[in-house]
Ligand binder design. Sequence first.
Ligand SMILES: [Fe+2]
Ligand SMILES: [Fe+2]
Length: 400
Amino acid sequence: MEKLNVLFVDDEENLLHGLRRSLRRKALGWETRFANSGEEALNLMGESPADVIVTDMRMPGMNGVELLKEVKAKYPKTVRFILSGFSDKVLILDSVGLCHQFFAKPCDIEQLLEAVNFSNSLYAQLGEERLQKLICEIKNLPTPPETYMAINKELKKEEPSIENVAEIIRKDASISAKVLQLVNSAFFGIGTEVTDIAQASSLLGTEHLKSIILMIGIADEFSKSENPASLDAYRRHSLEVATECEHIAKELGYKFNEVQTCFTAGLLHDIGKLVMLSHFKTKYSGIEAFRLQTPGTEAVQDLESEVFGTNHAIVGAALLALWGLPPQVVNAVAHHHKPGKISPQEITLATIIHVANAVVWHRHHSEDGNLNESDLIDPDHISKCGLTDSVLGWSNTPNS
Ligand SMILES: [Fe+2]
Ligand SMILES: [Fe+2]
């Protein structure tokens, strides 16, 4: 693989020095360049575009937002991060469509480098260049107008209830991903990874939620879709798998917040499908048709790889990593079809999604609605985790 080319832009010499030092210590093997201003950064980009740009927000002359606007238009494949000491949250919300992740100054440089590395490790696996460009350009994913209207209606009340809003958001994978992206960004100063929508919504508060909903303009996106039936099926499936994940986590005796994380990961597990469905409609509809005729998902993943050079699990994980969602969720999404790859004999979040997915699939597609041992996609992993009997039991008792 070629060396990752990263460009850092800041008018503070000290910060650039600190970065240089940490980079030397970490020996990541990146090719790094440093610019003192937006203008200089654009010149360097003109010489050779960077894979990743990390810029300050407030600089004399061209500011970070102006710089990223230019970069986004001219070099859409470049991943855009903001590192800023300017803690005006409204401005941050304005730049949401412009940058992939925000980091607050003073910043933990190690954490920043880690994030750049993590999001790029998945991004590099996307294969097809068109897909890389697409992932980089995505601001929001389609959300049904009903969700949008319901949230809006609640937020317009004199005293909107955060609990009600959270309950609506909780069922929608695209808004959930966006809310988690914002709340996990360093600007909200929370410092811990948030994977639960109810917690995320109350941390953001009604005012920020309002801005997010307004900014997302999701209803419009959805109405443009030519493929509402597949999108509907995707939504139903995501919600069913999320509910099944929650059920399994409870059966396994997980704690309350772990159960919530399982629900969120289940809801987001196929978000890569949503990306493909909404942006490569014709190409992906053929794959969807094949999926309906072919039991299991392995063959479908192979077909996806043939057509796109990658599969929906990687596409979804790459998008979520780029948006700064916690690695625990990103990894589970990346491996939900092959959970044994994370750990052959240990139950992870990926195992739970995998099992929930199988249970849901067979509830709809097998003749008696039950799952048999021979239907399991990764029976070896399930058995090493000691889950075979439980899985067969869960599939026979649909949760309410
Ligand atoms: Fe999947
Ligand atoms: Fe699925």
